[in-house]
Write a protein that binds this ligand. Structure first.
Ligand code: ZN
Length: 483
C-alpha cells in the first residue's frame, strides 16, 4: 500500500509542477486547456486518495513506531477529508478555480469587481459546499482551515489574534506619529536585482542544484524534496520587493529542501502546516534579513549591485527596509500593518463561508473595514478587495496562517536566541548558516512528523503564544523610531 501512496504523492508533485508552469511560462492561450488538464489530474488524485482499498488499509494496519504512526495520521486525515467530498464537486472546484485566476487578473487590471462577481460567487458556493461536506455537521469554515493548518480552529485563532491586535494597533499608531525614514531612491536594473537575489538565496542556504529562481506575477515557492522552486518579481524603481520576496520564498524552500530525505514522496515529505511554513519564510525575511545585524552584511552587497543607490550606510539601509507607512497592499506592508491586513481578511472570509456576508456585499464590507482599521478610503478595487489571488483560487481558511506564522516565528526566534547567543553578531558577519542549521534541526528535518503546535512546543520548550512576537516588535520598532 505504501507504493500506492508514494505514486499518489508523485502524481500530486506533478500537479504542482503544472501549477508552477501555469504561473511562470505557460502561453496565455493555453489557459482553457490547462484548466482541463489540471481538472483531469485532480480527478485521478481524488480517486486514488479515496480508493476503498486505502480506506480498508488505514482502518486495519497496526503502525510500528513514530514515523509510521505519523504517516498513518496524515493519510487518515486526508482520506476522511477527501472521501467526504463528492468527486464531481472536487473536479468542478479544480476547473472553476483554475479559470477564475485568469478572470480575476483581467478584472483586477480593469479595476472592475462587477466583472469578477459571477466567478467569485461560484468559487464561494463550491467551497462552502465542500466545507459543509467535510465538516459533516460541524462548522464549514473550521473544516476549510484544516486544509492549511490541521488542528486549528477559528475560535483558537480569535484568541491568538485578540492578544496581538491591541498592542499592534497601539505600537503602529506610535510609529506613524514619528517621521518616516527615507526610502531607497534610484534606478535598480533587473539584471542586478536578479544577480543579488541569487547571491542572497545562496547566503540563506537555498540549494540551487535542487531548485531554481524564475520571474512570476506573484512570488511563490512550489515543490518538495529534490525539486523546490521559487519565483520573484522585479520593480526597477524599488529593489526591496524583489530581494525580500526572494528571501521570504527561500525560507519556504529551505524548509522543503531540509525535510529528512527518508520522508520524500510520502505523507511526511513536506512542511507540516501553512502556519509553520510561513514561520520559516517570515523568520528569514523579518527577524533575520530585516535585522540591524544583517543590514551590516547586506549593505556591501547592495553597494556591489547598485552603487550608491544601495543605501548611504548600513543603518540607513536598515531604516529603509523597515519603513512603516500607510498603504493599501498587504504584500507591500510592514511587519506591523501586515497582521492587521490578515485579521481583516480572516473576519471577512469567515463571514463569507458561514453565509453571514454575501459576495455582492464583500467589496463594501472590505472598504468599510479597511477605513476603520487603516484610516484610508479604498479608491479602487485593485487596491482593495481584488488585490490578492487567494479568494479567486478558493483558498478560504489560508489567510490566518500568515499571522499565525508570524506568531510561530516570534517563538522560534526567541528560542534560537537562547540557544545560539548573540544572533545580531552572527547576522552582522553574514553568518546565516548557524541560524539556518538551528531551524533545520528543530523544524525542517521533521517534515510532517509532529503536528504544528507540538513541533513549535518541542522547538521552543513552551506552547506557541503571541508574547515573544510582541516583545520582538516592541523592541525593534522602539529602536528604529526612538519611541
Ligand atoms: Zn509565504
Amino acid at each position: 500500500m505504501m507504493t500506492f501512496v508514494r505514486e499518489t504523492c508523485a502524481l500530486a508533485e506533478l500537479a504542482g509542477r503544472a501549477g508552477w508552469d501555469q504561473e511562470v511560462m505557460m502561453p496565455a492561450g493555453a489557459a482553457a486547456q490547462r484548466a482541463e488538464e489540471i481538472a483531469a489530474l485532480e480527478g485521478v488524485l481524488h480517486a486514488r486518495r479515496t480508493d476503498p482499498r486505502l480506506g480498508e488499509w488505514i482502518a486495519t494496519v497496526v503502525p510500528q513506531g513514530a514515523v509510521e504512526r505519523a504517516s498513518l495520521r496524515e493519510l487518515r486525515r486526508r482520506y476522511q477529508r477527501d472521501s467526504r467530498v463528492p468527486a464531481d464537486l472536487a473536479v468542478a472546484l479544480a476547473r472553476v478555480t483554475s479559470q477564475a485566476q485568469r478572470i480575476w487578473a483581467e478584472a483586477r487590471a480593469a479595476d472592475d469587481m462587477a466583472m469578477f462577481l459571477p466567478t467569485l460567487r461560484e468559487v464561494v458556493a463550491l467551497r462552502r459546499q465542500e466545507g459543509a461536506a467535510i465538516a459533516d455537521g460541524g462548522d464549514p469554515y473550521d473544516a476549510l482551515i484544516q486544509d492549511y493548518e490541521p488542528g486549528m480552529s477559528a475560535a483558537r485563532l480569535d484568541e491568538i489574534f485578540a492578544a496581538l491586535r491591541g498592542p499592534i494597533v497601539d505600537l503602529r499608531a506610535r510609529v506613524l506619529d514619528r517621521p518616516a525614514p527615507a526610502p531607497l531612491e534610484g534606478h535598480f536594473p533587473q539584471g542586478a536585482q536578479l544577480a543579488l537575489s541569487e547571491r542572497l538565496a545562496k547566503t540563506f542556504g537555498y540549494d540551487l542544484d535542487r531548485g531554481r529562481i524564475d520571474l512570476a506575477v506573484h512570488p511563490f515557492c512550489s515543490g518538495s524534496g529534490a525539486d523546490v522552486r521559487v519565483t520573484t518579481r522585479v520593480d526597477e524603481s524599488d529593489p526591496l520587493g524583489c530581494l525580500f520576496s526572494i528571501i521570504h520564498e527561500v525560507g519556504h524552500a529551505c524548509y522543503e529542501q531540509g525535510v529528512d530525505p527518508a520522508y520524500a514522496l510520502g505523507p511526511l515529505g513536506g512542511g507540516v502546516s501553512m502556519g509553520v511554513h510561513e514561520s520559516q519564510s517570515r523568520i528569514f525575511e523579518n527577524q533575520m534579513a530585516r535585522s540591524f545585524g544583517f543590514a551590516q552584511a547586506l549593505h556591501p552587497m547592495m553597494h556591489d549591485a547598485f552603487g550608491d543607490a544601495g543605501g548611504a550606510s548600513p543603518e540607513a539601509l536598515w531604516r529603509a527596509v523597515n519603513r512603516v507607512e500607510q498603504g493599501f497592499i498587504r504584500t507591500e506592508s510592514d511587519e506591523l500593518s501586515y497582521n492587521l491586513h490578515i485579521m481583516m481578511r480572516f473576519d471577512l472570509e469567515r463571514d463569507l463561508i458561514r453565509g453571514d456576508l454575501s459576495v455582492e456585499d464583500l467589496e463594501e464590507a472590505w472598504n468599510t473595514r479597511f477605513e476603520s482599521d487603516f484610516g484610508l478610503r479604498v479608491p479602487r478595487a485593485s487596491l482593495g478587495v481584488l488585490q490578492d489571488v487567494h479568494w479567486p483560487v478558493g483558498l478560504f481558511g489560508y489567510f490566518p496562517t500568515y499571522a499565525l506564522g508570524n506568531v510561530y516565528a516570534g517563538c522560534l526566534f526567541d528560542a534560537m536566541g537562547r540557544d545560539l547567543g548573540d544572533l545580531e553578531a552572527l547576522l552582522a558577519a553574514g553568518e546565516v548558516a548557524p541560524l539556518r542549521a538551528w531551524l533545520g534541526a528543530h523544524v525542517h528535518c521533521h517534515g510532517g512528523l509532529y503536528e504544528a503546535e507540538d513541533l513549535i512546543t518541542r522547538a521552543c520548550g513552551a506552547a506557541p503564544d503571541a508574547a515573544p512576537l510582541l516583545r520582538y516588535l516592541e523592541a525593534k520598532f522602539s529602536r528604529l523610531y526612538a519611541l
